[in-house]
Design a protein around this ligand. Sequence first.
Ligand code: FEO
Length: 390
Amino acid sequence: MNAREIRPGIEWLGAIDWERRLFDELIPLPDGTSYNAYLLRGSEKTALIDTADPAKREELLEQLDAVESLDILIVQHVEQDHSGLVPDVLARFPDAAIYASPKAVPMIADHLGIPEERITAVKDGETLSLGNWTLEFLHAPWVHWPETILTYLHEEKVLFTCDLFGSHLATNDLFAVDRPRVHEAAKRYYAEIMMPFANLIQGHLAKLDPYEIEMICPSHGPIYDDPTFIVDAYRHWVLDPPKNLVVLPYTSMHDSTRRMVDHLVGALTERDVHVERFHLSRTDLGEYATQLVDAATVIFATPTVLVGPHPSIVSVAYLTAALRPKLRYAGVIGSFGWAGQAAERTQTLCASLKAEWFDPVFAKGAPKAETFDALDALADEIAARHRELS
Ligand code: FEO
């Protein structure tokens, strides 16, 4: 795909990755993704912000055939889907000056083999002139690496944000015109990538308050020509209290746990508690993470395997804690054959979760009348706690 003009002098470069279905060998990409770079043709200097994934080397280099000279290469983030082609860009433009945050300098050396003395470290708030245009660099650590910067183009009121506000969405819409689709993709992206750093993002949103922003250009997904759309969405995801929602990841080997899940979902439904259940053999973990953005409660439902929880519950419990959602309450239900510690071990996996734990409900063998009574009591407790949320 050729470069695309966003505004006079500002071009989208990079690649749309229509076919990629997994990121970091972990994150499902049901809608592909894109790697956006931006070319700024100032009156005196030309700058490139970020590059693209090495898998898209030929596309970016072909786009750069139309660039006579490059004075400045800004590395906002060192993860290789944006920085991986920095060495190729420098091979094409050996005199280009590299700008990055102080934390990024050694990381660029480590990851890309570029000598530190080749890179200029920029302070928070430092400016750089392209002639008619002024760039300001804003340090924004932990979105989602420690070294990230944002770049604000003052005269055009355009903010370049790398991963922040991005979405894994392959589309040839240059701008976010299909808002429901972009909102869904951006929320999933927030859940998977940004949610562990929600407290810091709250600070970054406050830092951006004084800036007049007409356009946000992220490094994944479409550009926002109405920035309030995505900034307001981030405010909700970061700041809103959790909702009346239970997420219920489960697996079942011989149907005991599945029957307990069915009963608990029915009991919660009768008590007007919304439930999202996720059978882990079939679940897209991105969908699970997305529901964690708003959920007040997680209930893990697991059979007992080798004394502890089923390995699929081990995995999702670890992930849940690592994503640091706003969950207020948590619980474990399930079954065991003769003995076990599935509940205790699940709680240990989630030790960093700041949630209050309900008493576990476990059945020895098949669930019985007293098991269902205990699940009804759990549903009562969840419903009562959720009523206190509003
Ligand atoms: Fe899109 Fe953190 O890289």
